[in-house]
Structure formats: structure tokens, C-alpha cells
Design a protein around this ligand. Structure first.
Ligand code: ADP
Ligand code: 5GP
Length: 196
């Protein structure tokens, strides 16, 4: 990760919420619904060198080549970035000022980088109800079988690290209950910041 100023997440958001967890647990689904429910939140759109999946939204990521990604690294253009299962993923330094609270949906290495530089960021680590259910969700989303296996293996590494770093651990069983829990966490963290 490049050396950038501590106020790189400019606009001074009072709250940075990191949502992390293994592939297929439901992070993307959760953060999209969360920002739709709360107009005081905005979701950073990551850059990736991964190819777009069939059926995936064109704006799910900013899809770029490895050269474009590496140019942006060289220009200190990422808050954090990592290499995950053979592709780059990164959070671009925000453009302009946004007073809303920021939501990042990133894997555990990126979460670790953001927590190091912004200790006040709140890390919510999301777990699947079971490995079998995670597998069902990955398959249901249309991931190729080798990608499913890769993500399930990776989950075994990611979970102990994520749980150890997390401020909140949430099991995404029923989606609506998960969303209610996230709303509660965000409101709780906002109140804590006001009362400090
Ligand atoms: P991630 O971003 O963590 O890789 P996604 O948000 O893409 O995961 O979700 C993977 C699949 O699981 C999607 O098809 C999504 O609709 C489904 N899903 C998400 N949350 C739940 C849930 N609570 N119950 C059942 N299916 C879910
Ligand atoms: P996927 O290929 O399934 O979309 O994403 C793979 C992993 O990369 C997921 O855990 C996802 O949360 C994570 N990810 C997405 N964007 C970023 C990012 O900007 N930075 C980091 N570190 N991880 C990201």
C-alpha cells in the first residue's frame, strides 16, 4: 500500500464502516440494501482487474486492466489495495468532498490496512450460516465450480483473521435480520461518536 496522508478519506466522514467477510457470504447484497435504506451512507466503488461475471452489473466495480490498476498504484490513487485470488482490488481515494458516512466492502487484507490507518473505522465481519450455505450461494450466483472451491478454501484462512480484527461479527442467515443488525450497528456507532 502506498504512503498517503492520514486524511486521504477526505470529506472527514464521521464514520467509516468496513463490511468484510468471505466470498458469497452476502456482503454485496447487504451493502447495497444498507445504503438504499440510509441516505447518510455512501458506498465506495472499488477498482478491480477481475473480469465481470455473467449477469453482474456493469457498475459493480470499475473494471480495469492490470496496467491501468498499476498506474493508479504508482499515482498513490488507492486508500488500500490488495491482490486476491490472482486479481487486484482497491479502494480509490475519494474524489471531492462527501459529508456522508462511508461504507467499504472489502476483503480482510484491505480491512486490516484501513484499520491500521483509520483506527476509528468500524469493521463488521460477516459470516455464512454454514460452509454448505456459502457454497449454495456461490453456485446460485453463477460462480464457476473452480471459483466456488477457491473461495471456500480462502474462507478458511480469512475467517479467523477477520473475526480477530472485527468490531462486530454478524452471521448472515436471514437477510432482513442481518440488515436490521447493520442498521443498529451504524446508529450505535454514530451515537458513540457524538457522545465522545
Ligand atoms: P459477496 O458479495 O459476499 O461475495 P453476494 O452479495 O454476491 O456475496 O451474495 C452471494 C449470493 O447469495 C447472491 O446470489 C445473493 O443474492 C445471495 N444472498 C445474500 N444474502 C443472502 C441471505 N441472507 N440468504 C440467502 N441468500 C443470500
Ligand atoms: P469478488 O471477486 O467476489 O467480487 O471479490 C473478491 C473479494 O474482494 C471480496 O472479498 C470483496 O469484498 C473484495 N473486494 C472488493 N473490492 C475490494 C477493494 O476495493 N479492496 C479490497 N481489499 N478488497 C475488495
Amino acid at each position: 500500500m502506498q504512503d498517503v496522508e492520514r486524511d486521504e478519506l477526505h470529506g472527514s466522514p464521521s464514520l467509516v464502516v468496513i463490511v468484510s467477510g468471505p466470498g458469497g457470504v452476502g456482503k454485496g447484497t447487504i451493502v447495497e440494501a444498507l445504503v438504499a435504506r440510509d441516505e447518510r451512507l455512501w458506498l465506495s466503488r472499488s477498482w478491480t482487474t477481475r473480469a465481470r461475471r455473467d449477469g453482474e452489473r456493469h457498475d459493480a466495480y470499475h473494471f480495469v486492466s492490470r496496467d491501468e490498476f498499476e498506474d493508479r498504484i504508482a499515482n498513490s490513487g488507492f486508500v488500500e489495495w490488495t491482490s486476491f485470488l490472482g486479481n487486484y482490488y482497491g479502494t480509490p481515494v475519494p474524489e471531492g468532498i462527501d459529508a456522508r458516512d462511508l461504507v467499504l466492502e472489502i476483503e480482510v487484507d484491505g480491512a486490516r490496512q484501513v484499520k491500521l490507518r483509520h483506527p476509528d473505522a468500524v469493521l463488521v465481519f460477516v459470516l455464512p450460516p454454514s460452509r454448505l450455505e456459502q457454497q449454495r450461494r456461490l453456485r446460485g450466483r453463477g460462480d464457476a465450480e473452480d471459483k466456488v472451491e477457491e473461495r471456500l478454501r480462502k474462507a478458511e484462512e480469512e475467517e479467523p483473521v477477520g473475526i480477530a480484527m472485527a468490531d462486530h461479527v454478524v452471521v448472515n442467515d436471514d437477510l432482513e435480520l442481518t440488515l436490521q443488525e447493520l442498521v443498529r450497528i451504524v446508529n450505535h456507532e454514530r451515537k458513540r461518536r457524538i457522545s465522545r
